[in-house]
Ligand binder design. Structure first.
Ligand SMILES: O=c1ccn([C@H]2C[C@H](O)[C@@H](CO)O2)c(=O)[nH]1
Ligand SMILES: [Zn+2]
Length: 132
């Protein structure tokens, strides 16, 4: 699977964003190890805090279809540099991304960085911390 194609899909998914409050549209595409793609957009709410970010939408779609192994995730917004996911999304990514998961941050200008959950959220809380 070409990352370029995954980016194109995230850009397409961004068009579905529901953003009457911020007018800031974000798209995301998750590629699972089974080669399935799940798309997401941000979905806002009049009660602002209930907003769901694009990357969480895409991840939750994948998980709810039984696809927990994520090969790559692309996030795209109309930002100056590659988009930077919020803290809540970083923690959700930490739950389902491993050190090999490609996290690709990009924008409409074509700036692309490939990073990892470890870089985005060092020392994240995980299920390991729950074990006695
Ligand atoms: O990585 C990001 C950053 C922001 N947003 C959304 C949340 C909100 O709807 C809007 C402005 O913060 O952008 C995302 O979906 N993903
Ligand atoms: Zn977020």
């Amino acid at each position: 699977m070409e990352i370029k194609l995954l980016i194109d899909q995230a850009i397409e998914a961004r068009k579905q964003a529901y953003t009457p409050y911020s007018n800031f549209q974000v798209g995301a595409a998750v590629l699972t190890k089974n080669s399935h793609i799940f798309l997401g957009c941000n979905i806002e709410n009049a009660s602002y805090g209930l907003t769901n970010c694009a990357e969480r939408t895409a991840i939750f779609k994948a998980i709810s279809e039984g696809e927990k192994d994520i090969e790559a995730i692309v996030i795209v917004g109309d930002t100056d540099g590659p988009i930077s996911p919020c803290g809540a999304c970083r923690q959700v990514m930490a739950e389902f991304c491993d050190e090999n998961t490609k996290v690709i941050l990009t924008n409409l200008k074509g700036d692309v960085v490939e990073t990892s959950i470890k870089q985005l959220l060092p020392g994240f809380f995980s299920s390991k911390d729950l074990a006695k």
